[in-house]
Design a protein around this ligand. Structure first.
Ligand SMILES: [Mn+2]
Length: 280
């Protein structure tokens, strides 16, 4: 099953954007996010392909869902870099090999993470590549000054001590977004010309609307605020790829609301790509 609105196999050459599932949860403590891509594709079928608020038909966005990729392929295979991408996780650890691949191919120099958690542990339960360490590994790879975290409302004291230094990591935490509104990120975002990767951990949403996650964190964002934040970022930055990670269907409510909200979020990302695309 493809994401709703995807071009058919026969028409894939027309695609401006590409969807890739990464069904991997090897670095999560609670397994199940490997089922995320399948659940999100299935949930997307339950939504209309006409986005009412934008008066936009999804099939007009010209994207192709190429199916799933194994994580190890990011080290071995050649990935077509001509099209902007959305990766569907998978636990958050998938962002590191993807970013590493894109950095090594000159496609990414900056990473913006939208997440309830800082994910800045050096190691978690003996695993340096745990989903709890992913932003630390990315910061070590691209430089701490090239990482921006948005929506954070949880970390250990040790992580906080490391990242509170403003010269190291720019953070717009959950409190700041509520106090100043999501547009406050424009103080920092959109100033450079670097190609950017946007990583979205679905647990940034409030657990009441995204219960299907490994680490639900109270007092999260509304879907409307998150969409508005993503629109602000994609309008201002040169975002070449995004991911939506940490959807765990095994922990979701019976109506699959976490997958439904994630499918909708992916539609919104694609619509933002199209809007910021000078070809249209
Ligand atoms: Mn998280």
């Amino acid at each position: 099953m493809k994401l709703s609105g995807s071009l058919s196999e026969a028409d894939k050459e027309k695609a401006s954007y590409e969807i890739i599932g990464v069904p991997y949860d090897g670095n999560a403590s609670k397994k199940g996010s490997r089922e995320g891509p399948k659940a999100i594709r299935s949930a997307s079928q339950r939504l209309e392909t006409f986005l009412w608020h934008k008066k936009l038909e999804l099939s007009d966005l010209l994207y192709y869902d190429r199916g799933d990729m194994k994580l190890e392929h990011f080290a071995k295979e050649k990935i077509d870099l001509a099209r902007k991408k959305v990766f569907i996780g998978g636990d958050h650890s998938i962002s590191y090999p993807i970013v590493k691949y894109l950095v090594e191919h000159g496609e990414v120099a900056k990473v913006i993470a939208i997440d309830a958690h800082a994910d800045f542990r050096d190691s978690y339960r003996g695993n340096k590549f745990s989903n709890a360490c992913v932003m630390r590994r990315i910061a070590e790879l691209i430089g701490f000054e090239n990482v921006i975290e948005v929506g954070v409302r949880s970390s250990s004291e040790e992580e906080y001590a490391l990242i509170k230094d403003k010269d190291k990591i720019m953070i717009y935490d959950a409190g700041l977004l509520i106090e100043k509104g999501v547009e406050c990120v424009l103080e920092e975002i959109g100033k450079g010309k670097e190609k950017t990767y946007l990583s979205i951990d679905i647990d940034v949403l409030d657990p009441s609307i995204a219960p299907g996650v490994e680490n639900p964190e109270p007092c999260g964002m509304s879907l409307e605020s998150l969409i508005s934040l993503i629109q602000t970022i994609i309008k201002a930055e040169k975002v070449v790829a995004s991911d939506v990670v940490e959807v765990n269907p095994r922990l979701d409510s019976a109506n699959g609301i976490t997958s439904i909200n994630s499918a909708r979020l992916i539609f919104e990302i694609l619509a933002c790509y199209r809007k910021s695309d000078k070809r249209y």
